[in-house]
Design a protein around this ligand. Structure first.
Ligand code: BGC
Length: 695
């Protein structure tokens, strides 16, 4: 490859370049490159990196994101939010979803998806939690690994993001995060490590924030030492959109591809002219540039994008919507069901209230906000996907009289509820990239639920939210269904779960705090200040995120991690363990002891005899999980392996994982706060290098 060809591969354009690139001086982007970009870019997509036709190297056509192809000109099938999908506790769900959205990406001319958000839900208010897979590194790593695996089965590249510790949106481009290496490795980085091992993404997107004083995209520790050296990552690192602040430092600290160049006003430092000057002055070596190009080429070849050129084609949207609906049906979490109010059987009259349930289901905002098949319904600038729960409920309950009230006026909603046998209140909480939300429901929705519950004791609340919310009315309603953002067939899935056509089998991938006092950080640094104001946060809680924080503090959450009810009951029994060549294996069986077919989720937690002396961040960690689909009376034997990193602590001094000799307890239950059966095991001391790639 010539120097110019290599430089072409590392410099990406935003789709805004389509109109704005003409204003860019020719010495920054030469005229032939401008012409190429404008004639090859996919209109409305996220990014574009020109290929090298002379060598058969394809353009990189990049599209967001984890719930589907995002392009304002191309309709696509929206999956439930990634957080919802994580609630399925079944990696086959994100794998199937990934295969589906990856196929839509390919069919619409994209060979790179910016998909695989795996930042941990450290800050329950973060506006992007819905794009991630929860608070636990094992669950998040497995689910996101499976999503990437599905996407890349289409011979395209998937991009895990946002590397790393981009755990709040407030001042995301100027926040400096202080966190120890130990805490990172045992939390957010472990989620990335697992997802990368399982999903083998072609690329990693570094984030906007700083970590311990260094920008994420210019971070020798994260990019060179951890990702490329210790984990042996062979693919390339692309910047989040425009997230670089230098040329030579970024390149030397591990960035391989810059993104989002568009116009004359851009502050890009990665354009060919600047990189040539850096090569000439020796601030970037020829080897480094070759490595950057090689990594990009490796990803395109290894993931099949070179050998399987894009061919746009028709999409079976009905089949794809069915995949999304199945994902939603597996992901909705039944939080409460007093007196078995649900499923709704032969109900004569229902009041459906609020949440725009007559129009559709809410979706999250920002770069993952797809243009759905059937068209987005925009209400207060928020996207609702065209799958109205009201209509779906009428379909599932043809004999019931169904009345709708928009829920704007609490008195009128209460009156409608009082006249009906059952009331279903839909509440929504909008979250979006770029800002952090509140855990309190907005627009008087708490008062609405309270008023309806007072008018009708048989009130069911359905929540469409990015993540956790507070529920001051929790004890006033008998039934609560958490639907998160349930995707393009969300309304249908909600109706099928409420009416028992499907068994609810989602379990919470995040804890729901009971009050603001339970949050690890009361204040969000930088909140209310102009964008890009320098801000700082110290993650003193370290790796004690979510239920680990609650356990360490002895807090009782509103709803615990792993919680989720079913219409049937399961029995777990026969817990035992054995060491198999050093690997800790756990066996047990799960049986459907109820009267309906359903899916049980078994969760194994691991705990040292004394977590403080063992150096753990918290008393216990999720060690393994499994989901089983069982008919009444049916039983399944399950054997799971506990990943040794979940029994260890990371020791920065020697760059090692270390399991300390001693007694460990394995606990089996259906939620982190459920009754557990347990068995103890004595483990020998074990130390091994965290540089798995060199093992
Ligand atoms: C987001 C990324 C996204 C990119 C391209 C950025 O603002 O943080 O997640 O992939 O835009 O749209």
């Amino acid at each position: 490859m010539t120097l110019d060809e290599k430089l072409r591969l590392v410099f990406g354009f935003s789709d805004r370049a389509l109109t704005d690139i003409v204003s860019v001086p020719d010495d920054i982007v030469p005229p032939d490159l401008k012409t190429y970009v404008v004639s090859h870019i996919v209109k409305g997509s996220a990014g574009f990196v020109p290929g090298v036709p002379r060598l058969g190297i394809p353009d990189q056509t990049q599209t967001d994101a984890s719930i589907g192809v995002r392009n304002s000109f191309i309709p696509s099938t929206a999956l439930p939010s990634s957080l919802a999908t994580a609630a399925s506790f079944d990696p086959e769900i994100p794998r199937a979803g990934g295969a589906m959205i990856g196929a839509e990406a390919r069919a619409t001319g994209h060979n790179t998806m910016l998909s695989g958000g795996v930042n941990l839900v450290r800050e329950p208010r973060s506006g992007r939690n819905f794009e991630y897979a929860g608070e636990d590194p094992l669950l998040a790593g497995i689910m996101v690994g499976a999503l990437i695996n599905g996407i890349q089965s289409n011979h395209i590249v998937s991009t895990i993001k946002h590397f790393a510790i981009n755990d709040q949106e407030t001042e995301r481009t100027s926040l400096d995060v202080t966190i120890s290496a130990e805490a990172m490795r045992q939390s957010d980085l472990l989620a990335f490590e697992l997802a990368i091992e399982l999903g083998k993404p072609g690329s990693v997107m570094c984030s906007y924030n700083l970590i311990n004083g260094r920008w994420a995209c210019e971070n020798d520790y994260l990019l060179n030492k951890v990702l490329k050296h210790d984990w042996g990552f062979k693919g390339f690192v692309m910047s989040d959109w425009g997230a670089i602040h230098s040329a030579a430092e970024a390149a030397n600290d591990g960035l391989d591809e810059f993104t989002d160049f568009c116009c004359a006003t851009d502050k890009s430092r990665f354009e060919p002219k600047i990189l040539k000057a850096a090569l000439a002055s020796g601030t970037i070596s020829q080897n480094r540039l070759d490595d950057m190009a090689e990594r990009i080429l490796w990803a395109l070849f290894a993931k099949g994008a070179v050998d399987n050129p894009l061919k746009t084609g028709p999409i079976d949207y009905a089949a794809d919507a069915a995949i999304s609906q199945k994902a939603a049906e597996e992901s909705l979490v039944l939080l409460k069901n007093d007196g078995n109010l649900l499923p709704l059987g032969r109900v004569k009259s229902i009041a459906v209230i609020g949440g725009n349930a007559d129009k559709g289901v809410l979706a999250g905002g920002g770069s993952s906000d797809v243009t759905p098949v059937g068209g987005a319904i925009l209400i207060n600038k928020r996207t609702y996907l065209p799958s109205a729960p009201l209509e779906a409920l009428k379909r599932e309950l043809p004999r019931a009289k169904v009345a709708f009230d928009a829920g704007i006026d609490t008195a009128s909603a209460a009156a409608v509820a009082a006249r009906s046998e059952v009331a279903i209140v839909f509440v929504t909480q909008y979250d979006s990239e770029g800002y952090d939300g509140s855990l309190e429901l907005q627009d008087n929705q708490d008062a609405l639920v309270a008023a309806v519950a007072k008018a009708n004791p048989k009130t069911i609340v359905v929540i469409e939210s990015g993540g956790a919310v507070f529920m001051p009315w929790v004890s006033q309603v008998p039934a609560i269904l958490e639907a998160f953002y349930p995707g393009i067939r969300g309304g249908a899935a909600i109706a099928r779960i409420l009416t028992g056509k499907d068994d609810p089998s989602g379990h919470l991938p995040v804890s729901f705090p009971a009050s603001p006092g339970q949050l690890a950080h009361f204040d969000l640094p930088g909140l209310g200040l102009p964008n890009e104001t320098p801000a700082h946060i110290t993650y003193e809680e370290g790796a004690a995120i979510g239920y680990k924080w609650y356990d360490a503090k002895s807090y009782t959450p509103l709803f615990a991690f792993g919680h989720g009810l079913s219409y049937t009951q399961f029995g777990l029994s026969g817990l035992s363990n054995h060491l198999d060549g050093g690997a800790l294996r756990v066996s047990f069986s799960i049986r459907n002891v109820g009267k309906r077919t359903g899916k049980g989720v078994a969760q194994v937690y691991v705990a040292p005899a004394d977590w403080r002396t063992a150096g753990w961040e918290a008393p216990r960690r999720l060690g393994a999980f499994a989901k089983a689909d069982l008919k009444p009376g049916q039983r399944k034997a399950i054997e799971l392996t506990i990943d040794p990193r979940l029994l260890a602590t990371y020791e920065a001094a020697g760059n090692n994982w270390h399991i300390r000799a001693g007694s460990y307890r394995l606990m089996l239950g259906e939620a982190s706060d459920a009754q557990m059966q347990s068995v103890d095991v004595v483990l020998p001391d074990k130390v091994w290098s965290a540089a798995t790639a060199s093992n």
